[in-house]
Design a protein around this ligand. Sequence first.
Ligand SMILES: NC(=O)c1ccc[n+]([C@@H]2O[C@H](COP(=O)([O-])OP(=O)(O)OC[C@H]3O[C@@H](n4cnc5c(N)ncnc54)[C@H](OP(=O)(O)O)[C@@H]3O)[C@@H](O)[C@H]2O)c1
Length: 301
Amino acid sequence: MRILVFGTSGQVGWALQRSLAPVGEVVALGRDGAPGLPGDFAQPQALAASVRAVQPQVVVIAAAHTAVDRAESEPALAHTINAEAPAVLAQATAEVGALLVHYSTDYVFDGSGQRPWREDDAPGPLGVYGRTKLAGEEAVRRLCPRHLVLRTSWVHGTRGGNFARTMLRLARERDRLSVVDDQVGAPTGADLLADLTAHMVRATRAQPALCGLYHAAAAGETSWHGYACRVLARARQAGATLRAGPEAVDAVPSSAWPTPARRPLNSRLDTSRLRQAFGLALPDWGAGVDRLVDELEGGNR
Ligand SMILES: NC(=O)c1ccc[n+]([C@@H]2O[C@H](COP(=O)([O-])OP(=O)(O)OC[C@H]3O[C@@H](n4cnc5c(N)ncnc54)[C@H](OP(=O)(O)O)[C@@H]3O)[C@@H](O)[C@H]2O)c1
């Protein structure tokens, strides 16, 4: 089986290259592509040529415009990368009869209420990132019948920028940190998403009725404040020298931390559909964060 992966330098794209290696031959394309194989999502029409040339059985889209605040000031580029490029790839993937795997986000929801969002709840994105990601997932579902769309949340990995790495850097530079505590979700490892993807691709190839939209996130929930405290506590255990530990993280409301893009307060995702359909267990978010910190800080627990 040949698997064409776009977005290989990102957190999920990087992890996918390891997880998919035992599933098939992986052709991995970054923004610069490869000779004859375009990979730049800012030039969506060109991407179809890569699918036609590789003739894959599976296409995976891990590239995205993920800069949530910057998207507010460059909505056209965000739309091109997050909506138009997936649409072109969905069409091309359908034409070669392959399975398309695409990632979407908790930010397609408006964050109201307390209940974890289910796949068929009405979306209501609060900003450009969420709106363009929603348009992208809708295009994939409409244009490529054989698809897996995985909505996830608060992704972390050892490669690329993410909240945990920012907290570790700030805790070395400052004596106190302020972190919002009224946005709730589940930090989810890029390695977990990649492993889920590998399993789901194999299962869906054997049983095409499994195609569809799924919420895929670690189990449990926390706030960004709880997440920050967990990161710093684990880093201390791993021997990191920090100026600010978990006791020096102040909980503040989102209103104290204005950003160009509004974020959903309730980012909880109900993952029962995925767990039941694929017979998978999802580990607690804390285990993934501990592992991330151990890897970043060289701990060996
Ligand atoms: N990060 C999160 O917290 C989060 C939460 C929910 C859902 N998701 C979704 O999960 C998926 C993977 O996210 P991630 O965290 O792995 O993202 P990431 O680490 O920010 O990586 C984004 C990837 O997209 C690539 N990219 C950006 N612009 C591109 C362009 N014009 N052409 C080609 N590639 C381009 C980047 O390449 P360069 O390195 O060249 O820029 C990078 O490989 C995305 O669909 C995202 O929307 C992420």
